[in-house]
Design a protein around this ligand. Structure first.
Ligand code: BGC
Length: 890
C-alpha cells in the first residue's frame, strides 16, 4: 500500500496554527512544521490523515502533542544558586541538598518545572521524585551547551504550602572522569537553576524561582562520583527534608552563582532511565573467601539492595566485570583508571541507620559490572537482597536478529548489551575504565547500533557537541565531549593534545551523520553537521599538504618515503592510532611501540584511506543538500586522493604493504583498489586469512568491514568461516568463554582465564551489521528504508536466520529457512515503501510466492534473473517465497 497524499492540522487551545490542506505527496516522515511562529511554553496538538493509492482518505489520527521549551534567555527569571559554604575542590565532597517552599492558592490548570544544574540533580516536589531519569541534566559540552529539562508537575502540587527540594551530585561536571580520572573538568562549584511556572484555572500565573531565599545543607550522601562510587550514611538522613512543614532553620544560606542562561538548550536526546531489572544467578564464595554476587550479565548500572542490621554498620559493595584466573574478584584489568583512584573504584558504601529493612539505590554513580563483592554485610547476605538495574539512554530497541546457531545468537545478545552499556548519555568506549566519548568507537559501531536501537536523537545530540568542540582549523577531538577542550587554559593538551585528530577517529564527524542519514532519511542531520563535516575534510587536506616533521629534521632517513611525501594528497603527518589493537599488536609493549611509531612516522596508509573516504562522503552529502559546487570540488579532491593512494600504496600485483589483513580490507571497503586489481587484492586477503588458519587479523577500524568485503567479493564462505571460528582471535571465542558483552581485546580473557582490557567495548560488535544485512539480508536501499533491499546470503551451515527492523515506516522483517532442499523466505515490507528482493541461487521459473508462481503473485512488480539470484521488485505487504535450493548455491 502506498500513500498518495497527506493532511496535517496543528492547533493550540484557541487557534489553528497550521493547516496543510491535502498535499499530494508520498512523504510520510520528516515533514517539518510550517505554521505560524510558536511561543515559549506553547502546547501544540496535531493530527494527520493520509490518502492511499486509490485516493481513499484514512480517518484523522488520534491527537498527539508537543510543547515548546523556553526559547529565549530572557524567559529565564530564575537565578543560579550554589551552597553558601566553602569547599576544597580536591576533597571528596558531600552532596548539597537545597530546598524552598511556596504557596499555591487556588485550583491549578497546569504547571511546569524547568530545571538544570552544574553537576547532576534530583528534583523533588512535596516529597515525590519528579521524573525518573538518572544523571540529569545529561552530558554535553557544558560551557557551550547545557541542557535543561521540563517536567509536568501539575499533579504534584497541592493547595497551600508546597516544598521543592533538589540534591546535587558531581557527575561529569566536577567528578572524576575520563581516562585519567581528572576532577573538576568543567568547574569546581555545583549550582542549580530552577523555575516553576504555575497557571491557575482562573488564568493567573505564578513563578517559583531559584534565588537567594533558598536554604542548603549536606545530608547522607557523603560523596558521590561516577567513577569512584557513592558513600551514604543513612544515619544522616533528614526525614521530610523535601516536604512542607520541615524545619530547615539550621540549614545554611545559598549564594548567587554566575547568571549565564545564553547556553541553555532543551533536552535534545533521550535521557538515561532504568531499564532491565537483573536478578543475580549466584552468590559465590571465592577461593579467597570473598562473598560475591554474580549478576549473570555484564552491564552498566547500579545495584539496589536491602539490608537489616545494627546502626553504624557499613556495607561495602565493589563492582567488577569478571573473576580472575583463580576465581577471585578482580578489577586489576581495569588498571588504567583504578591506578588513579586506588582508594575507591566502582564502590558503594552504605552505613545503616539500624531500622527494620533498609533499601538503597545509589543516586549519582554507575558501574560497569557483572560481579559484586560484598563486605561488611550484617549476617549472611541472601541473593534476593540484590537486584541489578541496567541504566542507559532511553532509546527504543528497533532491531532483532536470530539464527539457528545458539553461539551466534549469544554474540548478538552480547552486541546489544555492549550497546546498552555504552549508550549512557554519550556513546562511550566502555562503562568502566575510561567511560569516554571516543569518536573512533562510535564511528565503527554506528551502523550496527542504528539497526539495534533508534539512535537518531542520541547521536545527533552528540554530533552537536562534536561540532561545537571542533578546533578553528577543523580538527576533531578524539573524545567528545572533550575534557581537554573544556580546559583550554591548563597545559591540558600535553600528550593527549598531540594525539588529537586521529584518522579513523575524527572521521566520526562525517561517518556518523552519513550513517544517520542512511538509516533515517532525514536530511536535517546533514544540514546540521555540514559545516563540521567540511571543516574536518579541510583539516585533513591541510595536514596532508604539510611536510612530516621527521623529514624536516632528517631528510636522509626520509629518502625512502620520497614518493609519498611529495604527494600533497597522502596524509603522512600527525599522530594516528592506526588500525589499533590488531591481534598481533594488542595490549602491552607492542601497543606502545606501535603508538610511538605513529608519533614519529604517522600512519599514512590508514590516514590517507580515511581522508579519501570522508571526502567521498562529503561530496555525496553536498549532492544531497544541493550544494553542487562543493560536490564537484570534493569529487575532484576524492579522485586525486584515490589516485595518489593507488600510486603510492598499491603494487602492480595488487599487494598492499605491510601485508596485513587490514591493509586489504580497508582499501577494498573504502573503494580504493582499482577494478582491475580487486580480484588480486581479495585473493591476497583470503591467502592471509587462510595462512592464519581461518582467523581474522584486523583491529578496531577494519573489523566492521571484514566480512562485508569478503561477501561482496565472492568469498562468502570465507566470511562465514571467520564468523564461525571459535579460537583466538574470533568473535565466538569470547562467547565460548562465557562473555556476556563484547570484549576490547580478542583475548580479553585468555585461555588460562586471565582478564585483559575492558570486557565491555562494543567496537568489535560492529560485525552485527553483517549479521543483519547479509545473513538475514535487510539493508536500506535508499536513505531511511523508503526502498529496502532484501538480500539474504545463507551459508556457514546455518539452517535459518531472521531479523526485524522497526523503520520509521513500520516493521521490516526477513526470515529464511532451509528445509528438505527448499529455501523459504518470508519478508514484510511496510506500507508506503517498496523493495527489491534477491533470492540466492533461485531460478525465476521455480520460485513460488504464497503457493503460486511468483510472476503472477500480488504485489510483485517485476521479476528478473541474474546469474546468482532471482531479483524481484515488490510493493508493501508480506510475502512468502519458496524454491528448490542446493547447498552448492551458498
Ligand atoms: C579506548 C578506545 C579508544 C582508544 C583510542 C582506548 O583506551 O578504550 O576504545 O578508541 O583508546 O585508541
Amino acid at each position: 500500500m502506498a500513500q498518495s497524499a497527506y493532511q496535517i492540522r496543528v492547533t493550540d487551545t484557541s487557534d489553528v496554527l497550521w493547516e496543510t490542506g491535502k498535499v499530494l505527496s508520498h512523504q510520510s516522515i520528516h515533514v517539518p512544521y510550517g505554521g505560524s511562529d510558536l511561543r515559549s511554553g506553547q502546547r501544540c496538538t496535531w493530527r494527520v490523515r493520509v490518502w492511499d493509492g486509490n485516493d481513499q482518505p484514512s480517518a484523522w489520527s488520534e491527537p498527539a502533542w508537543w510543547e515548546m521549551g523556553l526559547l529565549h534567555p530572557i524567559d529565564w527569571h530564575a537565578h543560579w544558586i550554589e551552597p553558601g559554604w566553602q569547599e576544597d575542590p580536591n576533597a571528596e565532597l558531600p552532596c548539597p541538598y537545597l530546598r524552598t517552599t511556596f504557596s499555591v492558592d487556588g485550583p491549578v490548570s497546569s504547571a511546569r518545572a524547568y530545571i538544570t544544574s552544574l553537576g547532576l540533580y534530583e528534583l523533588f516536589l512535596n516529597g515525590q521524585r519528579v521524573g525518573d531519569a538518572y544523571f540529569t541534566p545529561g552530558y554535553t559540552s557544558y560551557h557551550r551547551r547545557l541542557q535543561y529539562q521540563t517536567y509536568d508537575i501539575t499533579a504534584l502540587l497541592q493547595e497551600n504550602e508546597n516544598a521543592l527540594g533538589v540534591i546535587l551530585g558531581n557527575g561529569w561536571y566536577r567528578g572524576k572522569s575520563g581516562a585519567f580520572s581528572q576532577r573538576n573538568t568543567y568547574g569546581e562549584r555545583l549550582a542549580l537553576l530552577v523555575q516553576l511556572y504555575i497557571r491557575y484555572a482562573d488564568g493567573h500565573e505564578q513563578l517559583v524561582l531559584s534565588d537567594e531565599g533558598w536554604k542548603a545543607t549536606t545530608g547522607p550522601i557523603l560523596s558521590s562520583d561516577l567513577q569512584a562510587g557513592e558513600v551514604y550514611d543513612a544515619r544522616l538522613e533528614m526525614p521530610g527534608w523535601n516536604k512542607p512543614g520541615f524545619d530547615a532553620s539550621q540549614w545554611q544560606a545559598v549564594s548567587a552563582a554566575s547568571d549565564r542562561t545564553d547556553h541553555l538548550v532543551a533536552t535534545n536526546g533521550p535521557l538515561v532511565r532504568p531499564h532491565e531489572e537483573i536478578t543475580p544467578i549466584a552468590l559465590l564464595r571465592t577461593p579467597k573467601g570473598e562473598t560475591v554476587v554474580d549478576m549473570g550479565q555484564n552491564f552498566a548500572g547500579v545495584v539496589r539492595f536491602s539490608v537489616q542490621g545494627p546502626a553504624g554498620t557499613t556495607v561495602r559493595l565493589q563492582h567488577g566485570e569478571t573473576l580472575d584466573a583463580h576465581g577471585n574478584f578482580t578489577i586489576a584489568h581495569l588498571q588504567f583508571a583504578s591506578r588513579k583512584a586506588p582508594q575507591r573504584w566502582q564502590e558503594v558504601r552504605y552505613t545503616l541507620k539500624g531500622e527494620a529493612e533498609e533499601v538503597y539505590t545509589p543516586h549519582f554513580t554507575f558501574h560497569g559490572f557483572r560481579y559484586v563483592k560484598v563486605e561488611g554485610f550484617p549476617g549472611m547476605p541472601r541473593i534476593e537482597q540484590f537486584t541489578g538495574l541496567a541504566l542507559y539512554s532511553d532509546l527504543p530497541q528497533t532491531g532483532t536478529f536470530e539464527c539457528s546457531d545458539p553461539l551466534i545468537n549469544r554474540l548478538q545478545q552480547n552486541i546489544l548489551w555492549s550497546q546498552k552499556s555504552n549508550f549512557l548519555e554519550i556513546p562511550t568506549d566502555c562503562p568502566t575504565r575510561e567511560r569516554a566519548g571516543w569518536t573512533g568507537d562510535i564511528q565503527v559501531f554506528a551502523r550496527t547500533g542504528s539497526f539495534l536501537m533508534q539512535t537518531a536523537g542520541f547521536l545527533s545530540k552528540w554530533l552537536k557537541d562534536l561540532a561545537i568542540e571542533q578546533a578553528a582549523d577543523g580538527q576533531v577531538a578524539n573524545i567528545v565531549p572533550s575534557p581537554q577542550r573544556a580546559r583550554p587554559g591548563k597545559a591540558a593538551r600535553g600528550i593527549l593534545g598531540v594525539m588529537e585528530g586521529s584518522a579513523g577517529w575524527g572521521d566520526a564527524a562525517v561517518i556518523v551523520p552519513w550513517t544517520l542519514y542512511q538509516w533515517y532519511g532525514d536530511q536535517r542531520v546533514l544540514e546540521q553537521q555540514y559545516a563540521s563535516m567540511k571543516a574536518w575534510v579541510e583539516y585533513m587536506r591541510k595536514q596532508a599538504k604539510k611536510q612530516p616533521w621527521i623529514r624536516r629534521i632528517n631528510p636522509i632517513s626520509w629518502r625512502k618515503q620520497e614518493k609519498r611525501s611529495r604527494q600533497p594528497y597522502i596524509w603522512d603527518t600527525n599522530f594516528h592510532f592506526g588500525e589499533w589493537l590488531e591481534p598481533d599488536e594488542s595490549f602491552g609493549p607492542k601497543l606502545a611501540i606501535g603508538m610511538l611509531k605513529h608519533l614519529v612516522f604517522s600512519a599514512p596508509l590508514v590516514a590517507t584511506a580515511y581522508f579519501a573516504n570522508s571526502t567521498r562522503l562529503l561530496a555525496q552529502t553536498a549532492r544531497v543538500l544541493g550544494k553542487d559546487d562543493d560536490a564537484r570540488e570534493y569529487e575532484a579532491l576524492h579522485r586525486r586522493i584515490k589516485e595518489a593512494y593507488r600510486a603510492v600504496f598499491i603494487h602492480q600485483d595488487g599487494r598492499i604493504r605491510p601485508e596485513k589483513q587490514a591493509s586489504y580490507v580497508r582499501a577494498l571497503a573504502l573503494d580504493l583498489v582499482p577494478p582491475t586489481l580487486q580480484r588480486a587484492a581479495v585473493d591476497h586477503l583470503v591467502r592471509l586469512i587462510q595462512e592464519n588458519d581461518d582467523h581474522l587479523g584486523t583491529g578496531f577500524l577494519s573489523t566492521p568491514f571484514l566480512c562485508h568485503v569478503l561477501s561482496e567479493n565472492g568469498r562468502l564462505e570465507v566470511a562465514y568461516a571467520l564468523l564461525k571460528q571459535d579460537t583466538i582471535p574470533s568473535w565466538l571465542y569470547e562467547v565460548k568463554k562465557g562473555a556476556t558483552t563484547i570484549w576490547e581485546a580478542w583475548d580479553g580473557i585468555g585461555e588460562d582465564g586471565t582478564p585483559k582490557g575492558s570486557l565491555n567495548h562494543y567496537s568489535k560488535g560492529a560485525v552485527g551489521s553483517w549479521l543483519y544485512q547479509v545473513v538475514a539480508g535487510i539493508e536500506p536501499g535508499t536513505p531511511g528504508y523508503k526502498h529496502i533491499r532484501f538480500r539474504p546470503r545463507p551459508g556457514g551451515g546455518l539452517t535459518a536466520a531472521s531479523a526485524r527492523y522497526h523503520s520509521l515506516y513500520g516493521e521490516i522483517a526477513s526470515s529464511w529457512q532451509m528445509r528438505d532442499g527448499r529455501f523459504a523466505l518470508t519478508i514484510t515490507v511496510p506500507a508506503n515503501t517498496t523493495a527489491t528482493v534477491f533470492l540466492p541461487g533461485a531460478e525465476a521459473k521455480q520460485v513460488m510466492e504464497g503457493g503460486q508462481g511468483v510472476e503472477t503473485a500480488e504485489g510483485v512488480i517485476q521479476v528478473s534473473q541474474e546469474q546468482e539470484a532471482t531479483v524481484i521488485e515488490i510493493s508493501s505487504g508480506t510475502y512468502a517465497f519458496a524454491y528448490p535450493f542446493s547447498r552448492n548455491n551458498e
